[in-house]
Design a protein around this ligand. Structure first.
Ligand code: C2E
Ligand code: MG
Ligand code: MG
Ligand code: MG
Length: 281
């Protein structure tokens, strides 16, 4: 990096650094305006029963409809939203909007929402969730909150308390990106969760040409299943991956093989079509 290269190297990169800072400031300003100007929207990706293909629910994925840049993915703005604290009001908007939209769906399927560590630190999380449930009228058991291990890395006792409080309400907790963090076995035993989502990187490797990678991926899937919670595989793209996942006892799958994330207006249509197919069968 520029720093490890010493002072000279740092100076050499100064114009680029300046540009970077400038871009960051612009992004931050644009993001603040975006929330009041309603440029954010949620897309939804179904997760399905691995054995039957039945839709169990949808994960809300944040998108920014930028007036100049078009549709911007979360990887480009969530990190800065987390650093600046904007993720707190933005995350509240996500919770309220996802619950309100799910309340209009023709079937009472699940609605999964991603949470950032900063939302836990804000202390407002539980009241915001209770508020989103109350104003939308959806049943708490439909709501799934997805958290990664980084959420619990700091101040885990406080976070555990909030998670336990939410579970009392009937809300479910999913451990996202399983396999990519540093969870110890004792952590997994103490962490109060209902679902494990196996990270896409392992699902990818299930069909790798490298035997070692393939075996490791299968071992991760097997380990996740052995935790005895609902297991969901993320990023399923091929039939071969699906077959292996079923063989290993994975209960749910999610990925482009079934559907890409879709705008809210397509969700109700998909559920009606699914419902009709189930009734006809
Ligand atoms: P995630 O929660 O692990 O979500 C899965 C990501 O994988 C999504 O990317 C999804 O579009 C993508 N994906 C799903 N199936 C496939 C597949 O078959 N192949 C490939 N290549 N990708 C697939 P996306 O929407 O860009 O979101 C990235 C991350 O941003 C999410 O990872 C989540 O950590 C974060 N994120 C998204 N929405 C929110 C939000 O409302 N709040 C917070 N705090 N984070 C969010
Ligand atoms: Mg997720
Ligand atoms: Mg994930
Ligand atoms: Mg993730």
């Amino acid at each position: 990096s520029a720093k490890s290269g010493g002072r000279g190297a740092f100076r050499f990169f100064e114009p680029e650094l300046d540009e970077l800072m400038h871009a960051r400031r612009n992004l931050e300003r644009d993001m603040r305006d975006a929330l009041s100007e309603r440029q954010f929207e949620l897309h939804y990706q179904p997760f399905v029963n691995a054995a039957t293909g039945e839709t169990r629910g949808f994960e809300a994925l944040l998108r920014w409809r930028h007036p100049q840049r078009g549709l911007v993915l979360p990887g480009e703005f969530i990190p800065l939203a987390e650093e600046t604290g904007l993720i707190v009001p933005l995350g509240e908007w996500v919770l309220r909007t996802a619950c309100a939209e799910a309340a209009k769906w023709p079937q009472e399927v699940g609605i999964a929402i991603n949470l950032s560590p900063a939302q836990f630190r804000s202390k407002e999380l539980a009241p915001v969730i209770v508020g989103a449930l109350a104003s939308s009228g959806i049943a708490p058991h439909r709501l799934e909150l997805e958290v990664t291990e980084t959420v619990i890395m700091h101040d885990s006792e406080a976070v555990f308390a909030v998670l336990a409080q939410l579970r009392e309400l009937g809300v479910r907790i999913a451990l996202d990106d399983f396999g990519t963090g540093y969870s110890s076995l004792s952590f997994l035993q103490r962490f109060p969760f209902d679902k494990v989502k196996i990270d896409r990187s392992f699902v990818d490797e299930l069909s790798s040409t490298r035997a070692e990678a393939r075996h490791l991926a299968r071992a991760v899937v097997r380990f996740a299943v052995s935790l005895g919670k609902t297991t969901t595989a993320e990023g399923v793209e091929t039939e071969e991956q699906l077959d292996i996942l079923r063989e290993e006892g994975c209960m749910e799958t999610q990925g482009y093989y079934f559907s890409r994330p879709m705008p809210a207006s397509d969700v109700a249509r998909m559920l009606r079509r699914d419902g009709a197919a189930i009734r006809a069968a």
